[in-house]
Design a protein around this ligand. Structure first.
Ligand SMILES: Cc1cc2nc3c(=O)[nH]c(=O)nc-3n(C[C@H](O)[C@H](O)[C@H](O)COP(=O)(O)O)c2cc1C
Length: 198
């Protein structure tokens, strides 16, 4: 079976108190709609149960991806058209989503969503390899507790070459936040490259 396409977006949700929450999530193509699959426990999961709407923000400012993984959660938002959840002001385009059903799972329930509104705000500016590298590094950072240190450091080193060759200022800043987080995670665990595992 071929796996469905996944689009890396910034998902905004709202809590019962209407506070917006901003998190990178890979949304899964599902016919004309999307599936959001947040791990349990997470704020995104709690919010989707409290307020069954979300916005998929398509954004090329990768500082938002890197920022959310490094404690920088506050990004400018604006009101949506059809759902009670704000969108990111910096999104090139966004899709407003309404939850139509939930496939329950203890680790990772799946929220099936219908697109109730979509809008474009700025043109797609073309591909940039450093942006893709930052997203890959953000995924590595979200898995620091799961992956062996030598694999993390090997993959970060390969991605850093791409960033050095192709980044603009925003990508460089995003990269520095992620690289600092990786370094900080291993502080006190021996010299760089040395695995904690025997
Ligand atoms: C590109 C990218 C895709 C991600 N996709 C998912 C996802 O599909 N589900 C998930 O639970 N976390 C995903 N994560 C990790 C979440 O962003 C992170 O765990 C986040 O803190 C969610 O928890 P929160 O809702 O409590 O903030 C992804 C991270 C990145 C960088």
């Amino acid at each position: 079976m071929t796996m469905p396409m996944i689009r890396e977006t910034i998902v905004t949700t709202a809590g019962a108190d209407r506070r917006v929450h901003i998190a990178p999530l890979g949304i899964i193509a599902d016919g004309a709609g999307w599936i959001i699959a947040p791990f349990s426990p997470s704020t995104t999961l709690g919010n989707l149960r409290a307020v069954p709407f979300a916005v998929a923000n398509h954004i090329d400012d990768v500082r938002v991806f890197a920022g959310c993984l490094t404690g920088r959660h506050d990004w400018p938002t604006a009101s949506s058209e059809q759902v009670p959840v704000p969108r990111l002001s910096g999104a090139l385009a966004h899709e407003e989503l309404a939850v139509t059903g939930v496939t329950e799972d203890a680790q990772r329930p799946r929220f099936h969503c219908r697109v109730v509104h979509r809008a474009s705000h700025a043109p797609f500016a073309g591909f940039n390899r450093a942006q893709a590298a930052v997203i890959e590094a953000a995924i590595l950072v979200s898995r620091l507790h799961l992956l062996p240190r030598d694999r993390i450091e090997r993959e970060m080193a390969a991605l850093e070459i791409v960033v050095d060759k192709t980044a603009g200022a925003a990508e460089r800043e995003a990269w520095s936040w992620l690289a600092d987080k990786v370094r900080g995670y291993y502080v006190g665990c021996g010299r760089p490259g040395e695995s904690r595992d025997p």
